[in-house]
Write a protein that binds this ligand. Structure first.
Ligand SMILES: Nc1ncnc2c1ncn2[C@@H]1O[C@H](COP(=O)(O)OP(=O)(O)OP(=O)(O)O)[C@@H](O)[C@H]1O
Ligand SMILES: [Mg+2]
Length: 227
C-alpha cells in the first residue's frame, strides 16, 4: 500500500480538487484506492456526500488518528491512499508528510504560490521525503510562458510532475457534482490530464519501490492496471 499526501500551506492551490479526481481515476484504473480527508474544512468529505458511487471511499478523520487508520487500511488490502490536508502549516500537514511515501505539492504558475511552498519544501527535504510539485490551474490561452517559467523554477526546487493540469471548468463542476473529472467528462481535456498525472505518479511510486522505499509490508501497487 502506498500513501500519497497532498500538501502545501498555501490555500486554494488545488489539493482537494486534484485529490478527489486522482482518487476516482485510480479507482477507475483498477486500484483499490481510498481518500483520507484530515482537513477540518472537509472539502473531500462534503464532495463524497454528493456522490452516488461508493468508490473511492472517503474517510474523514482527525490527523491524530491517521497512523492507526493507515494501519487498518493496510490490513484491508488497499493499494493507494491519498491524503488531503489543510492549506496551512499544521499538525495535520506534518503528520500527512510523515506517513506518506510520496508528497504532491500543487502550485499555480505564480510567484506567490511558489514562494509560499518554501516551508513545506524545507520540511520535506529535512525529512528526506520524496515529493514533486504539480502545476495546477495553468492558463490555457496565450500566457504559456508563465507556465514554462514555473516549470523551470519548480524543477530546480526539487522536481515536477511532468504532466501539468490546466485551469478548466470541469474541475469546478465535477467537485460540485460529487464526481471526478474523469467521470464528469470522460473524454475531456481535464480527464486526460488527471489520467496523465496518475500515470506519472504510479510510475514514480514504482521507481521509488525499486530504489528508495523499504516497504515493510512488501505491498507494491499492482501497477499492471496502469500501463
Ligand atoms: N485545475 C483547475 N481548474 C479550475 N479550477 C480549479 C482547478 N483546481 C482547483 N480549482 C478550483 O480552485 C478552488 C480551490 O481548489 P481546492 O479547494 O481544490 O484547493 P485546496 O488547495 O484544496 O484549498 P484549501 O487549501 O483551502 O484546502 C476551487 O474552487 C476549485 O474548484
Ligand atoms: Mg482543500
Amino acid at each position: 500500500m502506498k500513501i500519497v499526501s497532498f500538501v502545501t500551506q498555501k490555500g486554494g492551490t488545488g489539493k482537494s480538487s486534484l485529490a478527489v479526481s486522482l482518487a476516482v481515476a485510480a479507482a477507475e484504473s483498477g486500484l483499490k484506492a481510498v481518500l483520507i480527508d484530515i482537513d477540518p474544512q472537509s472539502t473531500a468529505e462534503e464532495w463524497y456526500k454528493r456522490r452516488t458511487a461508493e468508490a473511492p471511499a472517503v474517510h474523514s478523520i482527525s490527523w491524530a488518528n491517521l497512523s492507526s487508520r493507515l494501519y487498518r487500511l493496510r490490513q484491508q488490502g488497499y493499494d493507494l491512499v491519498i491524503v488531503d490536508t489543510p492549506g496551512a502549516e499544521s499538525h495535520a500537514a506534518s503528520e500527512a508528510m510523515k506517513e506518506a511515501h510520496f508528497c504532491l505539492l500543487p502550485v499555480r504558475p505564480s510567484v506567490a504560490d511558489i514562494e509560499a511552498s518554501a516551508p513545506t519544501v524545507r520540511h520535506l527535504n529535512e525529512n528526506a521525503k520524496p515529493f514533486a510539485f504539480v502545476l495546477n490551474q495553468c492558463p490555457t490561452g496565450g500566457r504559456t510562458s508563465r507556465t514554462a517559467n514555473a516549470r523551470m523554477t519548480l524543477q530546480l526546487l526539487g522536481g515536477l510532475c511532468d504532466p501539468t493540469v490546466a485551469h478548466r471548468s470541469d474541475h469546478v463542476d465535477a467537485l460540485a457534482a460529487g464526481l471526478g473529472v474523469t467521470e464528469f467528462s470522460p473524454y475531456g481535456k481535464a480527464a486526460d490530464e488527471i489520467r496523465a498525472v496518475l500515470q506519472w505518479l504510479t510510475a514514480r511510486l514504482r521507481r521509488l519501490d525499486a530504489t528508495e522505499i523499504a516497504d515493510d509490508e512488501g505491498g507494491a501497487i499492482p501497477l499492471s492496471a496502469m500501463s
